[in-house]
Design a protein around this ligand. Structure first.
Ligand code: MN
Ligand code: MN
Length: 470
């Protein structure tokens, strides 16, 4: 070998010793992992399609948990290592735990994800008629880009709680035989004025009115005959009146099932990946660890998209109280357990978008198929609102993921000063727990049809499992 080749080899050795390597998961893993990722994705798609609202996600989670030997948590009962419990918080958030060999004296390990997604809620008095069409007024929930929600099939999901205490479940638009709903938009021929406006001004919250029907009651002289006909049909189907809509939670979401994307089927498009794409692997991980060392906890929470408020969001104390119950049952103080506990705050991150490269800083972005994304901090501007994880805890998670051969990457949400975001990490951190943000990179986040990669989803599952087993 010549001197030149020698030098080249030395440089390569130095590079691999000192510099970070980034790799596409398809260049790292062979058929076995690829197939496992495909299989895992099928289970995920079923969960995703059946869990378009937080309530539906709780139903699916509890059903799955029961199938795997979980029982409803009873604070007065004694539990032993390997016992599996769940706590259903008002049907909109859920906590699962598997008791560890050490109980919680060394702290518990938490995976926290959320199961609410951006959508269009109905206003309390939604039904009206305009120009011989029955319409619904909506109030959007979470951060949406309003123009994305017009001219697409929408399904109606939710509950109507009646004064007699009964609760009627509503679900129209998912069965292929069902009708769907839709918000109209201007034709390009008449959109010259609209097109001159900024996006924010062109589509306002009060414009997002849903077409409910266009058939009147029989009597041509009837007052509000179109609105009346729509309510008549709802009444026939669900036994509800307009008054009952005052105590309803009706969510309009994109209708239809998730789909594989690409000739290679490596991606999944669908509604609600944020954050079911983390909730599902966090659920599957706790099902897959029968006898952990320390007690493990998966919390699937609500209201993250609007700041985690309310008694089903993590601003409420339900997670802390649940862990306090576990601690007290072992004669421990909750604050001592929490101070030793660790958490992966599992929420999606932005994937580098080849259509919008300038929104990202390439060296600190997360990429599709580069594994589960770790964010040391989120936040906006000068890390405002971030839970900036301790370097020591980040190092520990690096070790856990690498030891388990889990592909992961570290990135920021996007370019500094372009925007930003936050999630539940800071709320869990406020309990004294060491927390790190981790999640699957998403393209078109918060849109009606988000995209994720199956490999990244599977790596999230392996990551949570490794965290629980470490
Ligand atoms: Mn999220
Ligand atoms: Mn979100």
């Amino acid at each position: 070998m010549g001197k030149k080749e020698d030098k080249k080899e030395q440089t390569e050795a130095l590079r691999s010793q000192l510099l970070k390597e980034t790799k596409n998961a398809y260049h790292r893993f062979g058929a076995e992992v690829r197939e496992a990722a495909q299989v895992f994705a099928e289970g995920y798609k079923t969960f995703l399609d059946a869990s378009k609202t937080e309530r539906e996600a709780v139903v699916m989670t509890v059903l799955t948990a029961k199938d795997h030997g979980f029982t409803e948590y009873d604070p007065s009962k004694e539990y032993k290592a390997g016992d599996r419990v769940y706590f259903n918080n008002h049907g909109k958030s859920v906590v699962l735990a598997v008791f560890g060999k050490n109980g919680c004296k060394n702290g518990v390990r938490i995976a926290a994800a959320h199961i609410d997604s951006p959508r269009l809620d109905l206003k309390p008095s939604p039904l009206y008629e305009s120009n011989e069409t029955a319409m619904f007024k909506t109030h959007y929930y979470g951060g949406i880009r309003k123009y994305q929600w017009v001219t697409r099939p929408l399904a109606m999901h939710g509950v109507v709680a009646k004064k007699d205490g009964s609760v009627v479940e509503v679900r129209i638009g998912e069965d292929p035989e069902d009708p769907v709903f839709c918000i109209s938009d201007l034709l390009p021929h008449l959109a010259q004025e609209q097109s001159q406006k900024t996006l924010a001004a062109a589509f306002t919250g009060e414009d997002l009115n849903i077409t409910v029907g266009a058939e009147p009651v029989e009597d041509p002289d009837a007052r509000e005959g179109f609105k009346l006909r729509a309510m008549q049909l709802f009444n026939e189907k669900y036994g509800i009146t307009e008054d009952d809509l005052l105590s309803a939670e009706i969510e309009f979401v994109p209708a239809g099932k998730s789909r594989d994307i690409g000739l290679d089927r490596s991606l999944i498009g669908g509604y609600g990946h944020d954050d079911r794409v983390c909730a599902y692997p966090a659920l599957q991980a706790i099902l897959a660890v029968p006898e952990p060392e320390d007690t493990i906890v998966t919390v699937l929470t609500d209201k993250e998209e609007i700041g985690s408020e309310g008694n089903t969001g993590l601003v409420a104390h339900y997670l802390e109280d649940f862990i306090a119950d576990l601690a007290e049952a072992e004669g421990l103080k909750a604050r001592h357990v929490l101070a030793k506990s660790t958490c992966l705050s599992a929420d999606v991150t932005a994937a580098f978008d080849p259509n919008y490269p300038s929104a990202f800083e390439a060296a600190n972005a997360c990429y599709v198929n580069h594994g589960v994304g770790v964010c040391k901090y989120t936040g906006a501007r000068g890390k405002g609102g971030a839970s900036d994880a301790n370097a020591e805890f980040v190092a520990k998670v690096r070790r856990i993921l690498d030891d388990a051969n889990v592909q992961w990457q570290m990135g920021e949400l996007g370019r500094v000063d372009l925007g930003g975001g936050g999630t539940v990490a800071k709320l869990v951190a406020a309990l004294g727990v060491d927390v790190l943000d981790i999640g699957v990179p998403v393209l078109s986040m918060h849109s009606p049809f988000e995209m994720i990669a199956k490999m990244d989803l599977y790596m999230a599952f392996l990551g949570f499992k490794a965290f629980f087993e470490a």
